[in-house]
Design a protein. Structure first.
Length: 272
């Protein structure tokens, strides 16, 4: 058994998973693909586990692997002052969202239970028809994003990042050397200095430049906070991305007291 631990990968293939697996192997870590059903299988109880994959699959293996899955609070985005988001955002329920009579951006707070998108009205939420009305959602004003960036953050500090979209179209490029690099990092550092204590020690922040009508730009804003252990790295450096993922989904025995309140699936007996 490798003393550096291992990375347990959900069975669904992803480019990011492949990049992180290669980075883990370069560090001497074992990489194991989890079985499609039946929990973690032979990996159950093996010490030193870390996880990369989706939250729905994680629910069936997290206890077997004995990992802590860190996530930002569901209400984190709505807790931010307007100057950091530049739009109105409210926490609500799917039942309330189904009664919307105006266009709005509707998304689940942290998971991918239905597509996050702009909906012309509540009747268009057909992709969430399988979910109960009490399902938490976030509802926000519709804004345009000139450019969107993904930042991987560890212990309140930026580690690596990538542009991932331009005017809503996928367009990945490294943040290092990007014309917006300094502006993005200044904004992120300001947010983290003020609100970093309200996030887990390993997290992903998406930030963007709000596009005003007519082609202008209104300023930088937080798009959302994401699960590091289920985030596409785009053109970010996978070595630094892996640093963040290993903390965000690592052994429960190594989890800090600070991160316990951000841990998904933590048993009640482990909360103290």
């Amino acid at each position: 058994m490798n003393s550096t631990g291992f990375l347990a990968h959900a069975p669904q293939y992803s480019t990011t998973g492949e990049l992180l697996s290669a980075a883990a192997r370069r560090r001497g870590m074992d990489v194991e693909v989890l079985p499609t059903s039946g929990g973690a299988g032979a990996l159950t109880g093996r010490p030193g586990g870390h996880y990369f994959g989706g939250p729905l699959f994680a629910a069936g293996v997290v206890d077997d692997l004995e990992v802590s899955l860190l996530e930002p609070p569901d209400d984190w985005l709505t807790s931010l002052p307007f100057e950091y988001v530049l739009r109105n955002i409210e926490s609500s329920t799917l039942g309330e969202a189904r009664h919307l009579s105006r266009p709005a951006f509707v998304k689940p707070p942290s998971d991918k239970s239905f597509p996050a998108a702009v909906y012309a009205d509540g009747n268009r939420l057909s992709g969430a028809a399988h979910l109960p009305p009490e399902t938490p959602v976030q509802i926000s004003d519709v804004v345009g994003w000139a450019r969107e960036f993904r930042l991987f953050v560890l212990d309140g500090e930026f580690r690596t990042g990538s542009q991932y979209a331009v005017f809503g179209r996928l367009d990945s490029a490294p943040l290092a050397g990007h014309p917006d690099e300094d502006a993005v990092l200044r904004f992120a550092e300001d947010v983290l200095a003020a609100r970093g204590h309200t996030l887990p020690s390993a997290v992903v922040l998406d930030v963007g430049l709000v596009a005003a009508p007519g082609g202008g730009a209104d300023g930088w804003a937080i798009i959302e906070a994401n699960l590091a252990w289920f985030a596409n790295c785009y053109a970010a450096d996978p070595e630094y991305v892996l640093d963040v993922v290993l903390r965000a989904a690592g052994p429960r025995s190594r989890m800090s007291a600070r991160d316990r309140r951000f841990c998904r699936y933590l048993k009640e007996s482990e909360m103290d």
